[in-house]
Design a protein around this ligand. Sequence first.
Ligand code: UDP
Ligand code: MG
Length: 315
Amino acid sequence: MPPSRPRIAVVIPVFNEEAVLPELFRRLDAVTAARPGEEWVAVFVNDGCRDGSGTLLMARAAAVPGTRVIELSRNFGHQSALAAGLAHAADADAAVTMDADLQDPPELIPQLVDAWRGGAEVVLAVRRSRAEGGLRRAGFDTFHAVFGRLTDLPIERNTGTFGLLGRAAVEAFNSLPEKHRFFPGLRAWIGFPPAEIFYDRQERAAGQPGQTLRRLVRYALDGVFSFSYLPLRMLTYSGVVVGLAGFVLGLYYVIKRLINVETAPTGFTTLAILVLFLGGVQLIGIGVLGEYLGRVYDEVKRRPNYVVRRKTGGD
Ligand code: UDP
Ligand code: MG
């Protein structure tokens, strides 16, 4: 049971968001001011910002009580920043996770909190629509379609980081040691049947996405490789299929020889195609193995996910 005046942390990773921060503060404050029934804490993670965001965050920490700023030593990426934020929200009764760019509307937070107060340990903000278009949009759609087939985890198609985790879920999340983090997958993995709140995803309010397309692709690959063995299994299957085909072809030539059908010395094209095809399949196989191996290597090094330079605010 949540305490009568629960402490809610809003965890926000920030990377070069000076253009949206003032608007974010304004809208966040409007939301929290209308909810005196909860104690509000904002945990901003400065993920190595190179613009004026750091100054804006420090100014807010000095002026507004309940503001924490966790400054990382460099840019560690969205997932690591999120992990840093949740690690510094462990004293809250629940933590809302959201982006700084106002694609996740702060006005939805009260609904998330109400669902949690109604008994849900995990609350997902589910996109009814997406503002992005073009290549990014196509990428998101393909990823979700493929990912849904790859894993047994019940990952809601249209969710991202936006949502709420209760204290037990935050604790479970913080105890996960892995380096390649795919937040929606981990959130599904820790269990706790989620409640869902629907919203329309906005275009980012200003500035550029800090997540380049390359990073999103890497993030998608993390999702696939850390939650599925299917790529490996597919290698085994294709090996079996190619092996069988080879066997059948061999048998065909032996029989042809035995019953004395003339086999003219042709077939250069066939050979070339076979060699190239098999070479390609093998290289893809090595690549897939490499994806897993590289991740294993990163995990066994046991480096932390992020390094904190400075903490401001908080107890
Ligand atoms: N972000 C971060 N570190 C990064 C890139 C992004 O902390 O290296 C933050 C960013 O400030 C935003 C959130 O992560 O609050 C999502 O980033 P973005 O909007 O660029 O990603 P997208 O909306 O394309 O997923
Ligand atoms: Mg965004």
